[in-house]
Ligand binder design. Structure first.
Ligand code: FE2
Length: 379
């Protein structure tokens, strides 16, 4: 029988070019744009690996002028976006090329939106629509994590609020994402693990989201399957291209899933942990995931979904236990207190999470008490 809950929409306008050596396709893919581009990247990694130079050569060979903005820090702030916007406007850039991890891509998207719109970026955190659509974005991800290369989201840090906030706009889907596993092999072990854990959180949260559908489920389940095989190998054998490819696809699949389903309570509660304790996003979020999975196991209708996660991670009968073991196997202590988390921060973090959209799309009841309990069970 059909009812309103069974209506879902799916929108995935990003063209993806995937495979070893696919970066070589960049010049022909962007040649038609012919306008000046703002090249957005982090402060070090792309330059050190030689990737930045390669991309600049690609643009030159396509006769595209570029302006470099290489000031994106991990967890990009509102101030960094302002700097990038000023440069884009001053140099009259007309599109944005992001080369880097989630931080570079999210910064690139926010700059693409704010360079053509009046007003303060904070005004758009609430979901207000800008007057003009963002400039086109092309993404070359160097990590396998965020999935930002295939989502309409940009997540930014507001230090004054000790939290992260998101922009969402259909035109924030990159026009093109080039997924070349060769550019991910230089990722350090900790970046591999932390970004991979973000993929795990996206896939698991998508499976339970109230906005889930059979289509988002296809992506989310495939993402977990691939991640369970390829993340441990990517960590121990960084040059293993099969594992790197598998993780790059897992990240994109999980990204496509959350583009439909959005993220749930673990992401909402993980944001202040990242900002306050400087714990990378994927790691901060995954620390809350086992207790979240326990809650899902308590809900009868969610049990088969939890069992799927448990089965893929090695123990169908006890999904939270399987998840903790999987995290530990990656060298990550699955407890907040292992990272200096202080219990006294819980009430403040709960208060600032109470009106987040994530709560309404998470199955079960999520009031003050339940959020507090989730933190406490993750200590
Ligand atoms: Fe995430």
């Amino acid at each position: 029988m059909f009812h309103q809950d069974m209506i879902f929409s799916h929108h995935m306008p990003t063209r993806i070019i995937w495979g070893e050596g696919s970066l070589g396709r960049l010049p022909e893919e962007v040649a038609a744009i012919k306008r000046r581009c703002l090249l957005v990247t982090g402060r070090r990694a792309a330059r050190l690996s030689g990737l930045l130079e390669r991309v600049q050569e690609c643009l030159l060979s396509a006769r595209i002028e570029s302006v470099l903005f290489d000031q994106v820090e991990p967890n990009p702030t509102v101030d960094t976006i302002r700097e990038g916007v000023a440069l884009a406007q001053d140099k009259k850039a007309r599109w944005v090329l992001a080369v880097g991890g989630g931080s570079a891509m999210d910064a690139a998207k926010a700059i693409a939106m704010m360079a053509v719109n009046e007003g303060e970026i904070r005004e758009f955190f609430s979901g207000a629509r800008p007057g003009h659509p963002p400039m086109p974005v092309v993404a070359v991800p160097t990590t396998a994590g965020t999935g930002s290369e295939v989502t309409p989201f940009s997540v930014l840090t507001d230090v004054s609020e000790c939290d992260k906030f998101g922009l969402a706009h259909p035109n924030l889907f990159p026009r093109l994402a080039i997924l070349d596993p060769e550019v991910t092999v230089s990722m350090p072990e900790q970046v591999t693990v932390n970004s991979g854990l973000d993929v795990l959180c996206h896939a698991v949260e998508a499976i339970f989201s109230k906005k889930r559908s059979d289509l988002s489920d296809l992506y989310a389940r495939r993402a977990i399957d691939r991640l369970a095989t390829h993340l441990p190998v990517s960590r121990t054998e960084p040059a293993n291209l099969e594992a790197r490819s598998g993780m790059q696809l897992a990240a994109a699949f999980a990204g496509m899933a959350i583009a439909d389903t959005a993220t749930l309570v673990p992401h909402a509660l993980g944001y202040p942990v990242t900002v306050r304790y400087d714990i990378p996003h994927g790691r901060a979020t995954v620390l809350l995931l086992p207790a979240f999975l326990e809650r899902m196991c308590d809900l009868e209708v969610q049990r088969p979904r939890a069992a799927y996660v448990g089965r893929v991670l090695g123990e169908e009968a006890d999904p939270p236990k399987a998840l903790r073991a999987f995290i530990e196997q990656l060298g990550v202590a699955p407890r907040l207190t292992a990272y200096g988390f202080q219990e006294k921060d819980i009430p403040m973090f709960v208060q600032q999470s109470l009106d987040k959209k994530h709560l309404g799309i998470t199955p079960g009841e999520w009031g003050e008490q339940q959020l507090e309990d989730l933190y406490r069970q993750s200590l």
